[in-house]
Design a protein around this ligand. Structure first.
Ligand code: NAD
Length: 455
């Protein structure tokens, strides 16, 4: 079926009102939980086939996080859909006022390849909780997972409610040419701009969950052992192909050697002396990305790692130092297992480096100094982040997740997902027993009263 035909079918279904009852939405969320349980093995082996993603990582970062999100939505949905009373104002006295969440309609979700299950289905949880229909376009770069998602959708859903459309750029462009009621895009900043441009033709609202260079600052007071372990975990999980992975490290000169030693130690504790043999270390998604990453190593000094096997898209956890200002590794988002380490002498210098780049998706700060913490959180703009940890903040559904500026717009997770996929409709209910005549002409003598109220 054409993209246009599919959208028409979904819109007709949406207009029938079938997706709106809360009981329907809860039933669909329960079905999604059932799907995840029944297809867990198939999904985990698909992401393994795509880039050797270890089972534990696949469960924790793809399936488990979805279960958690769905359970929460099921528990809270009846509360979220209730009208929300707000105060009235004097000028509109007497009135009662409330907002109510209404679904947008037919939603398009475009997903990337790096967390190919989670990033396709987590937005879908919010979309169906809010009462929308859904078209998902998974990434062509994770074809095994995309195929499983497609089979699941075909087997479990009527396409007028949930459909998965596989394909590459052309398929996506065709979808983007349609007038969906909402577009939720996760991917690169480059494609995010294409999505927003296409959406503007129909004035379709968008959420853009993009990437960027997320800095990790370690100051002289930080607990270095813990920092080394947590940074190594967050950087090399999924072989560094995580949107919120620490992209580069800014370390105070007084703790640089110690931190490098701890990072090295953690890497070999996690993956052994030869990570290629570790069942816990993923591969780079394809040759293009592998070659891009390998080229970064040409103009830097490899402090640790750097070994690779081209045919297997394997690049070991790598730490690089002595970075020139214009080195390619500091220009683009790395999105792979290479960690550049840059030394600073004052926190102002570190913040200057961060603030001279586009606003990142995440920022991490390791410090025991509360003044430094306050300063960095106040002076640097970024989507979200953590103090004395990396990555894990996105697992807290009470923290809205999203970027700012070049790293995106809009947030989701938990209640924010429901809000994102709902239009907030504002209603004022006026009684008819009183009709204060201020607003009606003739205006003579009324201005002074209006001025007294609206000041
Ligand atoms: P991408 O932008 O290349 O692709 C994302 C989607 O867009 C895919 O479905 C793809 O088919 C489609 N697409 C690609 N080129 C297109 C074009 N010219 N026109 C229309 N559609 C097109 O991103 P990717 O490589 O799959 O993912 C990596 C990027 O995503 C990184 O920048 C990463 O930081 C970011 N990311 C962000 C988040 C987040 O939550 N903020 C999560 C994961 C990944």
């Amino acid at each position: 079926m054409s993209a246009k035909g599919l959208l028409e079918k979904q819109r007709t279904y949406f207009r029938s009102g079938a997706t709106k009852p809360v009981a329907f939405r809860i039933h669909q969320l329960e079905t999604l939980k059932k799907i995840l349980t029944e297809h867990e093995g198939e999904l985990i082996s698909a992401v393994y086939k795509d880039f050797k993603k270890p089972e534990l990582e696949a469960y924790a970062t793809e399936i488990g996080i979805l279960h958690d999100e769905i359970s929460y939505a099921i528990k809270k949905l009846r509360k979220w859909v209730k009208p929300n009373r707000v105060r009235g104002t004097l000028i509109n006295f007497p009135s009662s006022n409330f907002t109510v969440a209404e679904p947008y309609g037919a939603v398009l979700i475009i997903a990337p390849w790096n967390y190919p299950i989670q990033l396709a289905l987590l937005p879908m949880v919010g979309a169906i909780a809010a009462g929308n229909t859904v078209v998902i376009k998974p990434s062509e770069l994770s074809p095994n997972t995309s195929a499983v998602l497609k089979n699941i959708a075909d087997a479990w859903y009527k396409e007028e409610f949930v459909a998965v459309i596989e394909g590459g750029v052309e398929v996506n462009q065709d979808l983007l040419a349609q007038d969906f009621d909402y577009i939720f895009f996760t991917g690169s900043t480059r494609v995010g701009k294409i999505v927003m441009e296409a959406a503007s033709k129909h004035l379709t609202p968008v959420t853009l969950e993009l990437g960027g260079k997320s800095p990790c600052i370690v100051d002289g007071t930080a607990k270095i052992k813990t920092a080394g372990k947590r940074i190594a975990w967050g950087k090399f999980i999924n072989a560094g192909q995580t949107c919120v992975a620490p992209d580069y490290l800014l370390v105070h000169s007084s703790v640089k050697d110690e931190l490098l030693k701890e990072l090295k130690k953690s890497i070999s504790e996690f993956y052994g002396v030869n990570p290629k043999l570790s069942p816990d270390y993923a591969r780079i998604i394809n040759q293009d990305h592998f070659q891009r990453l390998r080229s970064y190593l040409e103009d830097v000094k490899v402090y640790y790692g750097g070994r690779y096997k081209e045919e297997e898209c394997y690049l070991e956890p790598t730490i690089v130092t002595d970075i020139e200002k214009d080195a390619a590794v500091m220009e683009e988002e790395i999105f792979g297992p290479i960690l550049p380490v840059i030394v600073f002498d004052s926190i102002a210098d570190a913040m200057h480096i961060v603030n001279s780049k586009p606003k990142p998706l995440a920022l991490y700060l390791f410090t025991e100094n509360s003044t430094t913490e306050r300063l960095v959180l106040k002076e640097c703009s970024f989507g979200g982040g953590a103090v004395n940890d990396v990555v894990s903040y996105l697992g807290n559904r009470h923290l809205p997740f999203g970027g700012v500026g070049n790293s995106g717009m809009g947030v989701y997770h938990g209640k924010s997902s429901f809000d994102t996929f709902s239009h907030t409709k504002s209603i004022m209910r006026k009684p008819t027993w009183l009709d204060i005549p201020f607003r009606y002409a003739p205006y003579k003598g009324k201005l002074k009263w209006i001025k007294r109220i609206l000041k």
